[in-house]
Design a protein around this ligand. Sequence first.
Ligand SMILES: *Cc1c(COP(=O)(O)O)cnc(C)c1O
Length: 427
Amino acid sequence: MKYISTRNSTRDYSLSQAMFIGLAPDGGLFVPKKFPDFNYIDFSSDLNYQQLSCNILFPFFSGDPLENKLESLCCDAFNFNVPLRRLDASTYILELFHGLTLSFKDFGARFLAACLNERVGKRTIVMVATSGDTGSAVASAFYKKPNIDVVVLFPRGQISSRQEQQITCWGENIHAFAVEGCFDDCQRLVKSAFRDLKWRKKNRLCTANSINIGRLLPQVCYYAFASLKVFCKQERFANFIVPSGNLGNVTAACWAKKMGFPINKIVIATNANCVISEYLKTGNYQPRASILTLANAMDVGDPSNFERLLNLFPNYDSFRKELSSYSVSDEHIKRTIKEVFEQQGMVVCPHTATGCWVRKYGQEERKGVWVIVATAHPCKFETIIEPIIQEEIPVEPALSKMISKENHFIEIKPSLDLLAKYIEKWR
Ligand SMILES: *Cc1c(COP(=O)(O)O)cnc(C)c1O
């Protein structure tokens, strides 16, 4: 399997190359040159998650030096449960938050860390911008991995205090920076580091954001897994609602569908940051500064993976045929958290609530089986949720452990020069 840039399809890369480079030299994102074709009928319904992911990822690794390690990579990375819970007669919740840092980011981050760890030679820097959950997942996945330093850039004061604690509690090879600015400033900083080819090479720079294909591929597996489970229970194709920010997770859903898994509609739920809904409405893509919302991990004004979606659906009509999108206000997020709690007895995080809102109030078919993707554990967002449901959310043991640790971070303006100076010091 070969990989190409979304901006230039003439040069081929291997998977390991694409993972280490992160962003293609022309500024594009890596995508598989050709997608494997699966027949969902071939999959037995009782495959375990690790085994299934290994089967699905196998063609993506063919010919790569990591090919023979794939099974152990999957077993190491996906060391937690992936429950599909029933919300009502025709709606399921796919809980992707049972990894160590309690969001779906653990799938991609743990898998990427396992892959890079196998192949890393000289000292390498993994740089990552975070709107809340990526930072902790990456920090935890790379903690104490030899020869890898992690730089986490998070927007100061714009993430929940428990998210911040999960990013800053590590020390050792994890370097956390509180950036004066918003998530887009953090993301720009990563991109400017990548554009500085000399600095990038000298520091053997690599990224663990969802621009890295090594994070996206493992996310394809849970869409395949959930759709196969639904098909086995109901003999119907599943529709997915994906709470989205940088559009990585929804790209993975589209890839799973393209590969032949029993998936029908894919619907994007966003918060008030609605560039993708506007694109679907008007055909104009107008990136903007992000605005702060209750679903902070989705506060993205210029989603990176839009470019991968366009690569998949190059013209506006095909794009509109495959995807629809709804923007959900903070007020509706709050109301939905309350309703889902009162009516179904389930506590959902503000991100997941955007998906629940779409299922209830969106203009989609009521018929069919729907899967709402639950992206984070509610206990990370207790300050938002507890006042709404008037109940305390029990803290997951993994989180209490991180909360009790001392935290370390450096405050910094969003400037690559300043960041480079800090990095000089510890290298
Ligand atoms: C990252 C994140 C999202 C958005 O996912 P994208 O892949 O960036 O679209 C949604 N919810 C939570 C909890 C997240 O951490």
